[in-house]
Design a protein around this ligand. Structure first.
Ligand code: URA
Length: 410
């Protein structure tokens, strides 16, 4: 295969064949195609786009660049959800065990936080002993035993995406719909799913800043999922304020436990059920009942213990990860809370050390924000609006500067 011609064809707006795309991805994964040619091609895709057929071919080529899960014949339907990422979005921690109560298998492969959005793996790793890197055999055995596994991307899963994503990150080619779709869907489809629900977020705390862009992404993700034989649906959700009342790794585990024990905040419970009902066998009322009656909590206990943690630790995770400083931000006047900007709260969490600027950065599980008041709440002067959990005066000061801009009372 002559790579310069392949790049040239995309540069000039031609449709690439599935064979060409597969050959290129194989060559890039094996190291025969160098980064500079892959970067030139990614930039050509950025400007010229891809047809739905090309996007499907790219997704399949990336999915088959590594191992694809196999499930035993006759096993329950395999389901999962993917979120494009938000602030305080701990839905996966609740939804995965909830769906496993429904005679479904949930082989959930999640990512780490990057930028202002949190990552499920980081939240899970705040639980002492919790292992997110299970082998393929361990994952298969756990699915057969309890119906759910929450793991990270293994070295064998979509290696083409790992390489290409790192390259896109440094060549200004991340925001390309076909490249985003192939990246997301190749990893999800490698789970060999029957049903997938996508939570495509828009707003200040999301990857997509406005609803129109989120709709375009959702349509492209669904088209590719369906083209690859998976029942795929998308839900568009605003990310203008954080989800629930917490943002930060251990704090979000605590709020997830509250929700699994039937005490979840209304917006978090609603979104979890909105997503779960699209891929569940049972109706929404049954799913809601499992959150209230301890069934989902018991599945969480099984999950945590199966992966090396202790469920009791998740109930006292905030004491395990206590911070030396806790600062309560209060209302400066009487009125209605009109803004609690998700993007700025996310940036405050990064300033506190809850996230990373680059993939190799260490994160602080303990820090973050709790007790976040919801937009629309009537507040009085001096009433708490949120609590900042900080490691040092310096990070607290940086976070408070951002939080000051995030809040408006009218
Ligand atoms: N998440 C991914 O996994 N890939 C992208 O390209 C963007 C977001």
């Amino acid at each position: 295969m002559h790579i310069p011609t392949f790049i040239e064809r995309k540069r000039d707006g031609h449709e690439l064949s599935a064979e060409e795309i597969a050959g290129f991805i194989r060559g890039y994964t094996d190291g025969e195609v160098p980064d500079y040619q892959a970067a030139a091609w990614a930039m050509a895709v950025y400007f010229k786009g891809m047809t739905a057929t090309e996007t499907g071919a790219l997704t399949r080529a990336m999915m088959h660049s590594g191992s694809v899960m196999t499930h035993p014949a006759g096993s329950p339907p395999k389901v999962d959800k993917h979120s494009t990422g938000g602030i305080g979005d701990k839905v996966s921690l609740i939804l995965a065990p909830l769906l496993a109560c429904d005679d479904l298998w949930v082989p959930m492969i999640s990512g780490r936080g990057l930028g202002i959005t949190g990552g499920t793996l980081d939240k899970l790793e705040s639980i002492p002993g919790f292992r997110v890197s299970l082998s393929e055999n361990e994952t298969a055995a756990q699915l057969a035993r309890i119906g759910v596994a929450m793991i990270g991307q293994t070295a064998n899963l979509c290696p083409a995406d790992k390489k290409l994503y790192a390259l896109r990150d440094v060549t200004a080619t991340v925001p390309s719909i076909p490249l985003i779709v192939a990246s997301i869907m190749s990893k999800k489809l490698a789970e060999s799913l029957d049903r997938l629900v996508l939570d495509v977020k828009f707003g200040s705390g999301a990857f997509m800043q406005n609803r129109a862009d989120a709709e375009t992404l959702a349509a492209a993700l669904c088209a590719t999922g369906r083209e690859c034989g998976v029942r795929t649906e998308a839900v568009l959700t605003p990310m203008s304020e954080p989800l629930g009342h917490t943002a930060g790794n251990a704090l979000e585990v605590w709020e997830s436990v509250e929700t699994l024990q039937g005490r979840g905040p209304a917006d978090l419970v609603k979104l979890t059920l909105d997503l779960a009902e699209r891929i569940a066998n049972v109706p929404r009322t049954q799913l809601a009942h499992w959150l209230d009656d301890g069934t989902a909590w018991r599945k969480w206990v099984q999950l945590v213990e199966a992966q090396g943690g202790r469920a009791a630790d998740t109930e006292r995770i905030v004491e395990i990860h206590a911070t030396p400083l806790r600062h309560v931000v209060t209302a400066s006047r009487d009125g209605k809370l009109t803004r609690m900007d998700a993007g700025l709260i996310g940036r405050a969490c990064i300033a506190l050390g809850a996230g990373r600027a680059k993939a190799s950065d260490a994160i602080d599980f303990a820090v973050g924000v709790s007790g976040i008041s919801k937009i629309g709440t009537a507040v009085q002067t001096g009433e708490p609006l949120l609590t900042v959990h900080a490691r040092s005066d310096e990070t607290l000061k940086a976070a408070l500067a951002l939080i000051g801009q995030a809040i408006e009372i009218a």
